[in-house]
Design a protein around this ligand. Structure first.
Ligand SMILES: [Zn+2]
Length: 140
């Protein structure tokens, strides 16, 4: 599909009047672009009209060629860090994931993730290194 007709653009906007990237409503004066929800490179059908949606120009340019879900995660993290810019503020407002610690096996379970537990030989403080998926961050 080379470019969308005005009729097709109107159909798409009627079907989904929100930006498919940030999910905020598209307003009359917003600069908008129509793009594939799933790019051809990621297995989307470039000729399928239902694979098209409208987005704010800014959102679409920001996303670039990145995967939509990955980019949404990035936006979500940005929102969280904008709302709670310090670790103290974040810690007060985020529901921690469920954590289980097995000191004998030296393992920590964070939801369904597992990480090795280490102990500082000098201070005896236990610690671990592990990335925590953003899906476990629940902002209150
Ligand atoms: Zn947007």
């Amino acid at each position: 599909m080379k470019s969308l007709t005005q009729v097709q653009k109107k159909q798409i906007l009627k079907r989904s009047p929100k930006c498919f990237i940030c999910e905020r409503r598209l307003r009359e004066n917003d600069e908008i672009e129509f793009d594939h929800i799933k790019s051809k490179a990621r297995g989307g059908d470039p000729n399928d009209l239902s694979n098209y949606a409208a987005a704010h120009k800014e959102c679409n340019r920001g996303k670039g060629t990145r995967d939509l879900e990955e980019y949404k995660e990035e936006l979500r993290l940005q929102d969280i860090f904008n709302k709670y810019p310090t670790f103290a503020a974040l810690a007060k407002n985020v529901k921690p994931p469920s954590i289980k610690i097995d000191y004998d096996a030296k393992v920590i379970y964070i939801e369904d993730e597992k990480a090795g537990l280490h102990q500082c030989p000098n201070t005896k403080v236990w610690y671990f290194y592990h990335q925590i998926p953003t899906k476990y961050i629940e902002v209150m």
